[in-house]
Write a protein that binds this ligand. Structure first.
Ligand code: TYD
Length: 228
C-alpha cells in the first residue's frame, strides 16, 4: 500500500473545538502550498453520512454497543476506500475529524467493549491504517460536553422549528452522563500514553488562536509541514 501523503487525525471529547482547529490547520497548510482534504467520521462519504444519521440521532433507540461499534467501522471502511486512501495515494494531506481512536475511547472505554476488540476490527476492516499524527484536544469534560450540548440544541432549534414529528439531530452521544465521558477521557489518555510518537496531546482550554499555534507547532515538529 503506497502512502505518499500524510494522514492527520483530530480527537477529543465532544465540544473541544476539533472542527474549528481542523479548519484553521487546513487553511495554514493550503497557504503553504499543500493539497488538503478535510473530512470527518462517522461520515465523509454518502454512505457514511447515512450511517452517521442513524448513529447520532437521539431518536435511534436501543442500539446495542456492538451494533454501534460495527456501524462506526462500516462508515470508516467505506471512508478509507472512497476518500482517505485515494487521497493519500495522490500525495495529499488528509485531515480527519475523528478516526479509530474515537472508537477505542467511546466504544472501547465509554461503552466498555475493550480496546482489543476495537484494534482487532481495525486490523481486519481498515487494513490497520494508522495516522501519521493525531492531535488529541484535551479539556475538562464538563466544559466541553456542555458546550457541545448547547451547540447541538441551538442548531436543532433553529433549523427544525416545525412542531410535531421528530427531526434528526446529533445529540445521542451528548446525552450520555458524566461517568461515560470520564471513561472516554481515560480511554484517550491511555492511547496517548501507549503511542506517544503518534499522539500529541494539546491543551484546548485557551483561546482558539492559542490552541491553533500549539497544533501548528506540533505539525511542523512531527511532520515538517506548514512552514510559511
Ligand atoms: P462529532 O461530530 O465529532 O461530535 P463533536 O463535534 O460533538 O465532537 O462526533 C460525533 C459523535 O460520535 C461524538 O459524540 C463521538 C461519537 N463517535 C463514537 O462514539 N465513535 C466513533 O468511532 C466516532 C468516529 C465517533
Amino acid at each position: 500500500m503506497s502512502r505518499r501523503g500524510k494522514f492527520i487525525t483530530f480527537e477529543g471529547l465532544d465540544g473541544t473545538g476539533k472542527s474549528t482547529q481542523m479548519r484553521k490547520l487546513a487553511a495554514k497548510l493550503r497557504a503553504a502550498g499543500h493539497k488538503v482534504v478535510e473530512t470527518r467520521e462517522p461520515g465523509g462519504t454518502a454512505t457514511g453520512e447515512k450511517i452517521r444519521r442513524v448513529l447520532l440521532d437521539s431518536a435511534t433507540e436501543g442500539l446495542s454497543p456492538m451494533a454501534e461499534m460495527a456501524l462506526m467501522f462500516a462508515s470508516r471502511a467505506q471512508h478509507i476506500a472512497e476518500v482517505i486512501q485515494p487521497a493519500l495515494d495522490h500525495g495529499q494531506i488528509v485531515l480527519c475529524d475523528r478516526f479509530t481512536d474515537s472508537t477505542e475511547a467511546y466504544q472501547g472505554s465509554g461503552r466498555k467493549l475493550g480496546s482489543e476488540s476495537v484494534l482487532k476490527l481495525h486490523r481486519i476492516l481498515c487494513g490497520d491504517l494508522q495516522p501519521d499524527l493525531t492531535i488529541l484536544l484535551d479539556s475538562d469534560p464538563a466544559m466541553s460536553v456542555g458546550r457541545a450540548r448547547r451547540r447541538n440544541q441551538r442548531v436543532h432549534d433553529s433549523s427544525h422549528k416545525a412542531a410535531g414529528k421528530h427531526r434528526p439531530d446529533e445529540n445521542r452521544f451528548e446525552q450520555q452522563n458524566r461517568t461515560f465521558f470520564a471513561h472516554v477521557r481515560e480511554g484517550y489518555m491511555a492511547i496517548a500514553a501507549r503511542e506517544p510518537q503518534r499522539v500529541v496531546k494539546v491543551d484546548a482550554s485557551g483561546t482558539p488562536e492559542q490552541t491553533h499555534r500549539k497544533i501548528a507547532e506540533a505539525v511542523q515538529r512531527k511532520l515538517r509541514l506548514g512552514r510559511t
